[in-house]
Each structure stands twice: as structure tokens, then as C-alpha cells.
Design a protein around this ligand. Structure first.
Ligand SMILES: [Zn+2]
Length: 189
């Protein structure tokens, strides 16, 4: 991520991708590769077609959220929209994911940007930041960080609470889903 990139704060065009009834990725629009790179830190291209969506969701908490929402959409036929964040080091990006049933049990995902808030660069989120062997836990949905006894907090709040300030080398980030986001998902049943 180049902080000098003047397009960095621009909202994404809506990202649309579709999986078939066996959860294999069958299509995505032009906005998807950049979205995937910022959200998961890995670049996706045409080799993604035909791959299982589960190849791209590593942590069990996030898999459970997606499994639950996709099963509910397939059983009930109604679209579901959930808030999530797709932040970059220098901005918060508030988004909504809409999950919609299509023919043949296919599912279409649409990720729309609601708003973008610039902020001071959060170095721990830089892909090129040097890392040590420690870990912090980040919610893959709301991007809050587990600050131990202080609960799940915005990353700027959590890092000082965890003793990480002004570092040259940063902890690694492991992803999961925080209790608030789990409740959000399961309250929709
Ligand atoms: Zn969360």
C-alpha cells in the first residue's frame, strides 16, 4: 500500500462475486481482485475461477459466519445484509455485504462501500511491516482487536492497551470473529 497513492481513499466500486451450489467461485467483477487483496492480503486473478470459496477463508470463526449466512440464504431464500469493515492502513472503510440466492443454489455476494474515513497510518496493518513472532487477534468482520481484559477495541485503541506503541517491528495478525459480530450474525436467525 502506497500512502501517497491519491486513489487510496476513493470508495471501491461495488464488488460482486458469485459461487455455485457447490461453493465454487464462478464469476467476479473487475473490482474483486483489489478488494480481495486489501481484505485478505493476497492477490486473486483468473485462477480463482472454479476454486472453492473455502480455500480463501482461513480462520474457523469467519468460516462459521459465512457457513451460517450462506445456509440461511439457501434455506430461506431471502437476501441478508451485514456490516463489515475492509480497512487499509490509512483509512477505515465501512462496507455492507449482501448475500443473495440465485438460480441453482448459487449465491451472489455484493460488497458495497458505505463510507471511507481517513486516519493516521496504522503501521501494524501495512503488508510490508516487519513482524516479530507475537500475535494480535483481529475480528475479520469489524476489524476490532482483542485487547484482553479491555474487550475488543478499534486497532488504534487496542495497540497501546496491549503495549504496542512506536514499534519498528510489529506483531502478526491472526483473524477470528469477535463476540459482537457473532451475536450480529446469529441474532439474524
Ligand atoms: Zn467484530
Amino acid at each position: 500500500m502506497n500512502a501517497a497513492d491519491s486513489t487510496a481513499a476513493a470508495p471501491f466500486a461495488s464488488v460482486v462475486y458469485t459461487v455455485d451450489g457447490s461453493d465454487r467461485i464462478v464469476s467476479f467483477n473487475d473490482a474483486f481482485p483489489k478488494f480481495a487483496e486489501e481484505n485478505r492480503g493476497s492477490s486473486l486473478g483468473s485462477e480463482t475461477i472454479g476454486r472453492s470459496i473455502w480455500d480463501y477463508i482461513a480462520d474457523e470463526g469467519t468460516r462459521e459466519v459465512y457457513r451460517t449466512l450462506m445456509a440461511r440464504v439457501r434455506q430461506q431464500g431471502e437476501s441478508i445484509s451485514i456490516p463489515f469493515r475492509c480497512d487499509a492502513p490509512e483509512l477505515r472503510r465501512v462496507m455492507t455485504m449482501t448475500i443473495k440466492l440465485c438460480d441453482g443454489n448459487a449465491i451472489e455476494f455484493t460488497a458495497a462501500t458505505e463510507r471511507v474515513e481517513p486516519r493516521q497510518v496504522v503501521h501494524v496493518l501495512r503488508i510490508d511491516a516487519p513482524r516479530n513472532e507475537e500475535f494480535i487477534r483481529m475480528c475479520s468482520m469489524c476489524k476490532r482487536v482483542d485487547a484482553g481484559g479491555e474487550g475488543w477495541q478499534e486497532v488504534e485503541v487496542a495497540l497501546p492497551l496491549l503495549g504496542y506503541t512506536e514499534l519498528q517491528v510489529w506483531p502478526r495478525i491472526s483473524h477470528g470473529v469477535c463476540p459482537v459480530c457473532f451475536d450480529e450474525v446469529f441474532a439474524r436467525g
